[in-house]
Design a protein around this ligand. Structure first.
Ligand code: AMP
Ligand code: GLY
Length: 424
């Protein structure tokens, strides 16, 4: 097969990394992105269609005779974009709407984990505030309150006290803070330990794990301040050796893929297990039904095998016949964000210093960027990530930070401690 026409849906740093990796494939002829961003525009033809505009994307894919569409974010997956494309006979990488419930409904995911003996925190789900509050009053240990549906990463409230837990329940179930996503609330046992993201390619049957990655969700150094979409990541996490990866595949990812197949919703795409490494062993905190952001920016530079080969093998159910190889190196991705993010922030700040940076070992993956009057400017909260490869994590981090030192926009913020605890 040669000369494929590809479409990548989304417009963040994750999608820039996906397009960048696909661009290296000799099988890729034309690459489109929708809506893309100013960085993606340099390596793909961007169409101004929003990622949630399933009908618009379907029309575009038909018009352009796209051979494979790759879905970046969760929202179109939850809307059933894969089902819509498949109904038109189009090839698409990502789970169906039914399979994407592993992310789009936390109540579904928790009940599923229980049915399939996947280790996870104890929980109960409620749609009545009174019953939830009564249940909470009987618990003595700390809890986490979660809105059932997609809430752009904001639907999880980790509580220190029963008062906070009651307030969180009111927020979700009575105030309707998350709209339809909060019609059901989960009360979960609060676990402790370090977290790791284990992403895997899946073809409905076979699970091929990627290098374990670690995200940094808080805005400030030392994990202080509010949650963000992710301020940096590195892979592989040195405290998650291959044997532990194997254990998570056996206990979590493979049973999830087998369970979805047994329940009539075979899982094809990237399955992302958010894990907590507790004193009692690894526990699944959540599933995501897509590549992580910014994990992808730290994982894909490590992929030795052609990404397009891997994605095709997934959609054709022959992942067991492909050897997926990874570079024996480390990769670190550090995100630069707009002043004020994750609160409100200005846009249109001129970005300098990124020309000529891309070398063999350093890549800039843009997120919230745009062109204005011939200049590259900020256009979102997370503006770009600098990803760097190194023979060690320390070397990768040094390269990423050295490069960031030469990039500027007014009020640019980035964490100084990405990977620090692991690199020591
Ligand atoms: P989730 O979107 O479910 O991964 O939750 C977001 C974050 O909340 C996770 O990355 C954890 O830091 C935290 N979290 C979620 N569930 C739990 C839990 N059961 N115990 C402790 N922390 C949790
Ligand atoms: N980095 C977390 C996520 O992609 O959901």
């Amino acid at each position: 097969m040669s000369g494929l026409r590809l479409l990548v849906v989304g417009g963040g740093g994750r999608e820039h990394a996906i397009v960048w990796a696909l661009r290296r494939s000799p099988l890729a002829k034309e690459i489109y992105a929708a809506p893309g961003n100013a960085g993606i525009e340099q390596v793909a033809a961007c169409a101004p269609i929003e990622a949630e505009d399933v009908d618009g994307l379907l029309r575009f894919a038909c018009q352009q005779a796209v051979d494979l569409t790759v879905i970046g974010p969760e929202a179109p997956l939850a809307l059933g974009i894969v089902d819509a494309f498949q109904a038109e006979g189009l090839r698409v990488f990502g789970p169906t709407q039914a399979a994407a419930r592993l992310e789009s409904s936390k109540a579904f995911a928790k009940a599923f984990m229980q049915r399939h003996n996947i280790p996870t925190a104890r929980y109960a789900a409620f749609d009545s505030y009174d019953r939830a509050a009564a249940y909470l009053d009987k618990l003595s240990s700390p809890v986490v309150i979660k809105a059932d549906g997609l809430a752009a990463g904001k639907g999880v409230i980790v509580c220190d006290t029963p008062q906070q837990a009651h307030a969180a329940l009111r927020h979700v179930l009575l105030d309707g803070a998350f709209g339809a996503a909060g019609q059901t609330a989960l009360i979960e046992e609060r676990l402790s330990g370090s977290e790791v993201s284990l992403l895997a390619f899946c073809d409905g049957r076979t699970v091929v794990p990627m290098p374990p990655a670690r995200d940094h969700k808080r805005i400030y150094d030392g994990d202080a301040g509010p949650n963000t979409g992710g301020m940096g990541a590195y892979a592989p996490a040195p405290d998650v050796p291959p044997q532990l990866v194997g254990e998570i595949v056996r206990a979590v990812l493979q049973p999830a893929v087998d369970g979805m197949a047994a329940e009539g919703a075979p899982y094809v795409g990237v399955l992302y297990a958010g894990m907590m490494l507790t004193a009692d062993g690894p526990r699944a905190l959540e599933f995501n039904c897509r590549f992580g952001d910014p994990e992808t920016q730290a994982i894909l530079p490590l992929l030795e095998t052609d990404l397009l080969d891997v994605l095709l093998a997934c959609t054709e159910g022959r992942l067991d016949q492909l050897e997926v190889r990874w570079k024996p190196r480390s990769c670190a991705a550090v995100v630069a964000s707009s002043p004020g993010y994750p609160g409100s922030y200005p846009k249109g700040l001129v970005i300098t210093g990124i020309e000529g940076v891309d070398r063999d070992d350093v890549f800039i993956f843009q997120a919230g960027t745009a062109h204005s009057a011939g200049q590259l400017v900020t256009a979102g909260g997370r503006v770009l990530a600098v990803s760097a490869l190194g023979d060690t994590l320390t070397e990768a981090l040094r390269r990423a930070y050295d490069t960031l030192g030469g990039i500027h926009f007014e009020g640019m913020h980035y964490r100084r401690d990405i990977g620090r605890s692991a690199a020591l």
